[in-house]
Write a protein of this length. Sequence first.
Lengths: 139, 210
Amino acid sequence: MTMPSTPTFSVLRAGMSIHGDLVSEDGFTCLALVTGNVRASHGLLHIGRGGVVHGDVEGEHIIIDGTVEGDVKSRVSLKINGRVIGRIFYAGTIRLGENVTLEGSSITRVPAVGYVPSPQKEDAPAIHIDDAQVPGTAA
Amino acid sequence: MDMREIEQLHAQYAQPTLTIDVSPSPARSSTPPLWLGNENSGGFGKEASAPAGGNLSVPPRALWVAVFVVGAAAMFLIGSSMGKRDARTHSSDGPAAAVSASEAGPSAASQAEPEPHSHEWPVRGDANNVTSPASGAAPLAAAADTQRITLPSQEPVKSTAPAPKPAPAPAAPAAAASAPAKAAAPVAPAQIARPVASPQAAPNREIKLF
């Protein structure tokens, strides 16, 4: 039963554990433990509270309320209100919530989707936030 | 977070995003922009400035052609004017040079010297002729102009006036001689009337008439 008004999305409920990469055409919410890379082509990629991803996360819109141990690449918008251990690349806007935790992370704004910056540029303009909790938002 | 909140969250982000492509299109990249602002402008700015750039892509060639044509015309006019000027200088100097070249003798060269002073009036040669007292009759044009020219014309009158004066001296014996002749010869009434009009009075009358 599909409703035209409701968006198409998937939910990985808590208590699940997935070993391998996840690729979704539409958005999904991850409340489970994923060991691998997670990618969503369209919609929202939501790492909910209690969700853990050991790998890279890439999506159009990304909301991280759980834990990500890997690189995060957002094409349009990125909102982090959880814990990220890895590099952060975003091409649109970024918002940091009250409960954000960034460990050894570098935040880099990239000009376009799929842009892979060179290591020199990656280090130079990056904002390094080490073991600090940054409350509030930034755009 | 229950399913209802998750559903609302996905519904919020499910809307298609508005994408503005800032990369230059290949059709417009073929014509290079004429100003730097075109590169930095966004999609809307490019749309607004694209027609102006399209119109301006053609004029530079026409502009260069027009500039070239105008420059060529200016060079032609300058060259033609210089040629005319040279032709005039050659035409003015040519005959004199030709005369001096053809007449190798020094006399011809001396005759050719007054030519440069031909613009003076009266001509030096004529002025010398007028001022010379030897010539009794001055040219009409020279006599009417300057005092140097009229002065010699008055001198003959003075010189002619005293000329009759010595005549009375010998006239005394002549009159004495003629007196008996007059007394001897009967005087005609016509001859008596004629001496009233003396020969000196006649020219005076003529001058008055003039």
